[in-house]
Design a protein around this ligand. Structure first.
Ligand code: NI
Length: 394
């Protein structure tokens, strides 16, 4: 496959316009009629072999067959959804929708993958096929999981999956990733402690749930500090407390509630921590003759890069950016990513793309860096070329 600098620059310029159009028209979760329509229209215009919309409500998948015969099927994935927050950038192409903005760069990711699809559909100099996946609801709705549940992996014969996300603070033109866990798994919980209420002056006649809660908070914090290997990473944060009334300070309440989130970096640790959490909650309650009900709300799994596929991704990034501009041992973050569901089902790799000196993700001043587009598109094309034309084999 050939892609020279001038033609890539022209393609990136076109993608910049799409990016800004998407940026001006942010949409949330699964409700992406405009964005999905734009993506579908472009993919059809490019002449992709198959364009299927309406997956997970507004997700779009397109297939591009190579003209060098049979081979692997690899998927490249982008997210399309924005965030429910007010933009504060004062950009000429700022959001036109109140309290919605593309503050995570999904506008840029979508534009880069569209540009990639355009070039692939034009060129076709590869064996096998490329499936481009545009998903809804990355920001909290598990749109990627829903697309998997609706059968995209089997339906399109996807064997490997690759994802890319911009990273503020990483210089434009550079890339970063790591083998193994790259982003945390995040679960949430609410615990209701049921004791026995009563008169505050006669505590021996009640089972005070406030005392249970105090002990429970302290005991739960021993999970990260005493239960898990100090070299493994776990965060347990209690972020919600509710109980009693300031209008009844002489009443011991019958029940109180606490809630929070747990982040883990390894699937095994995630399961062990959940089991330990359930034990600590149940036994602390029992110790004080109370009962506890746990509302466990599973979140995104740990995002785990396959070691062999990470090598392929790193090689492609190095071919684009040069060895010095690719960090293949980038520290993992405690944030979570819905691409984790795809990586649970198929081997693949998640890559960070430098967004330069920009505001942080999910910040009202954030904007995707258009200068990164050309590097991101070149990465996708190089990955396809190297993987499907066999110059990169495991
Ligand atoms: Ni994001």
């Amino acid at each position: 496959m050939t892609f020279d600098a001038p033609s890539l620059a022209a393609l990136a310029d076109e993608a910049k316009d799409w990016r800004r159009t998407i940026h001006q028209n942010p949409e949330l979760l699964f409700d992406l009629p405009k964005t999905a329509a734009l993506v579908t229209e472009k993919l059809k215009e490019f002449g992709c072999d198959e364009v299927v919309g309406g997956i997970a409500k507004t997700g779009v998948v397109a297939v591009i067959n190579g003209n060098k015969g049979p081979g692997r099927t690899i998927a490249l994935r982008s997210e399309m959804d924005a965030l429910p927050m007010a933009e504060q950038t004062n950009l000429p192409y700022a959001s036109k929708v109140e309290n919605m903005m593309h503050a995570c760069g999904h506008d840029g990711h979508t534009a880069m993958l569209l540009a990639t699809a355009k070039k692939l559909a034009d060129d076709r100099e590869f064996a096998g096929r490329v499936v481009v996946v545009f998903q809804p609801a990355e920001e909290g709705g598990a749109g990627g999981r829903v697309m998997i549940e609706e059968g995209i992996l089997e339906r399109f014969g996807i064997e490997e999956v690759y994802g890319m996300h911009n990273e503020p603070g990483l210089p434009v033109g550079s890339f970063a990733t790591r083998s193994g866990p790259i982003m945390a798994g995040g679960d949430r919980f609410v615990v209701t402690i049921n004791g026995k209420g009563g008169h505050a002056a006669l505590p021996h006649l009640s089972h005070d749930p406030v005392i249970v809660m105090g002990q429970m908070i302290a005991a739960l914090q021993t999970i990260p500090s005493r239960f898990v290997d100090p070299l493994d990473s776990v965060v347990l944060s209690l972020t919600f407390i509710e109980g009693g009334s300031e209008k009844a300070l002489n009443v011991i309440p019958a029940s109180v509630r606490i809630g929070g989130t747990i982040r883990t970096m390894r699937p095994m640790t995630r399961a062990a921590v959940e089991a330990r959490f359930r034990d600590v909650v149940a036994m602390t309650a029992k110790l004080f003759s109370a009962e506890a009900a746990i509302d466990w709300r599973p979140g995104y799994p740990v995002t785990v890069n396959d070691p062999a596929k990470t090598k392929l991704a790193v090689a492609a990034a190095k071919a684009v950016a040069g060895d010095a501009n690719v960090d293949d041992d980038y520290p993992p973050t405690m944030g979570s990513e819905d691409f984790s569901y795809m990586l649970e089902k198929r081997p693949g790799a998640f890559m960070w793309l430098g967004n330069g000196d920009s505001a942080d993700l999910h910040n009202p001043a954030y904007d995707f860096n258009d200068d990164a587009i050309v590097h991101g598109v070149r990465y996708w094309l190089t990955l396809v070329d190297q993987r499907l034309n066999g110059s990169l084999v495991e």
